[in-house]
Structure formats: C-alpha cells, structure tokens
Design a protein around this ligand. Structure first.
Ligand code: ATP
Ligand code: ATP
Ligand code: CA
Length: 219
C-alpha cells in the first residue's frame, strides 16, 4: 500500500506542531510557509519544506498538492489567506482538507466553501483547561458536539467505596460511565456493581448540562 502523504500549510506554533508530530510518526509531510525562516526550521524535520504563498493557485498546482491525501491549513491570523487557500484546495479536488479556524464566523465560511474538517485548537484547549481547573479531579475533557462531551474524572471521596448503581449516576445525572481506567488498565464495559476505588478514573459521556451537574455534585 502507498504511504499516505500530508501537507501542512502555515508553520506557526499549531501547524509546526502538527508537522513535527506527523514527521516523528514517520509520515511523509510537505511543509509549506511563505516565510523563509519558518521553512528553514522545518527543512530537517519534514520530508520536504518549501517557501510558497498558498493563496497562489499556480504554485500549489506545481507542488502537486492535488495528489496529497490530506492537507492541513494552519494559517491563523490572516483569515483571508486561510479562506483563499482553502478555496484553491477544494477547487483542485484535494481528498481531505482540515483547516484551523480563528473564530466561529471563519469556521462557518470554511464549512461553506468545502473544508472537510474545521478545528479550533485555542478554543478547545481553553475549554479543556477550564474544565480541568474547575476541579482537581477532572483530568480531561473532550467535546463531542455542541452540547455533548466526554470527561475523565478521578473518583473523589464521594465516589470511592461505592458502586455505580449506588451512586445512581445515570438516573441522577443522565450521564453514562463508559469506562473506568486504573493506571494502564482500562475496563471498557463497567458493570453497575463495580466498586470504585481511590485511583480510578471514570470516563463519563453525556449532555454538557448533565455533566456540569455531575461535576458539581460528585466530583
Ligand atoms: P500559531 O499557530 O502560532 O498560533 P497563528 O494562528 O497565529 O499561528 P499565523 O502566525 O498568522 O497564525 O500564521 C501561521 C503561519 O502561516 C506563519 O508562519 C505564516 O508565515 C504562514 N502563512 C500565513 N499566510 C500564508 C500564506 N498565504 N502562504 C503560506 N504561508 C502563510
Ligand atoms: P491567542 O490565544 O489568540 O493565540 P496569543 O497567544 O496570540 O493569543 P495575544 O493575542 O498576544 O496572545 O494576547 C492575548 C491577550 O492578552 C490579548 O487580548 C491581549 O490584549 C492580552 N494582553 C497582552 N499583554 C497583556 C498585559 N500585559 N496585560 C493584560 N492583558 C494583556
Ligand atoms: Ca495564535
């Protein structure tokens, strides 16, 4: 099977980090930025690093971007350049396009013009950190949709020594414990009478408002 090829356009902190991680995982990565200094930084990290303005259709064509399996547009501040680049990629028929959005308005436009995936790293990271600092027991938070999430919480004092049925989590809070992690072990089908112990981490899925109630009362 042919190795999957990626391109990262915009080598700021976000794009640079994607480029670095993909390369570290042994992926084929074409790194693009219009800033020569940025490109030099990635010469020895990415498979190829080129100086180019991604809003220029001819340049992207010459780079053979059309044949790249997945292109990530990580231009943040310059919304116009991000949108123009995405339009060109869509028109060239790139298979998969992921774009970083600066705000909701930007995201809406990106979806409209045909980006396959729109990501909001600063917003999402901000939310995750906010949840983790509400309580020392919340270790992670992942948004599933506009109003549903998954949280990972340490079994606090109110939970240890009790079973899931005793705590009556689903009936009381409307959220579901989908897994219990203990160190490296993970139990992906917890039963209602599994007793929670001190080092357990519960993976809980539900509506945001239900999770918020769960967090306030049990975590
Ligand atoms: P960070 O990920 O660091 O937060 P950012 O979201 O603030 O970055 P910028 O710094 O505006 O985004 O852009 C990221 C990179 O994209 C920069 O290195 C910039 O040179 C590059 N860039 C911006 N416009 C273009 C373009 N038209 N063509 C190629 N690269 C571009
Ligand atoms: P982003 O999270 O959007 O990527 P950033 O990391 O690029 O942000 P800035 O935009 O430089 O960071 O700063 C974030 C905010 O911090 C801005 O709203 C700015 O007004 C504010 N700020 C910067 N310096 C100070 C300061 N000394 N006192 C108070 N606010 C500040
Ligand atoms: Ca930024």
């Amino acid at each position: 099977m042919r190795k999957k090829e990626f391109a990262v356009i915009g080598l700021g902190r976000f794009g640079g980090s994607i480029c670095q991680e993909l390369s570290r995982e042994g992926m084929e990565v074409l790194a693009i930025d219009r800033d020569e200094e940025k490109v030099n930084q990635f010469k020895h990290i990415a498979s190829h690093a080129v100086i180019a303005d991604s809003t220029d259709e001819t340049t992207l064509k010459e780079l053979g971007i059309k044949n790249i399996d997945h292109v990530i547009v990580a231009i943040g501040d310059n919304i116009q350049a991000s949108i123009l680049t995405t339009v060109v990629l869509v028109e060239l028929g790139v298979q998969r396009i992921t774009v970083k959005a600066q705000n909701d308005y930007h995201a809406k436009i990106l979806h409209k013009i045909g980006a396959h995936q729109v990501v909001h790293p600063e917003r999402d990271m901000g939310r995750r950190i906010a949840h983790s600092i509400i309580s020392n027991n919340i270790v992670d938070y992942l948004e599933l949709s506009d109003d549903h999430s998954i949280v990972e919480v340490k079994a606090g004092k109110k939970m240890t020594g009790k079973s899931i049925i005793e705590l009556d989590i689903r009936a009381k809070f409307g959220c579901t414990v989908v897994a219990i992690k203990q160190g490296r072990d993970i139990n992906v089908s917890p039963t209602p009478d599994d007793i929670l112990t001190e080092n357990d981490i519960l993976v809980v899925v539900g509506a945001d408002k239900d999770i918020a109630r769960f967090e306030r009362q049990l975590v």
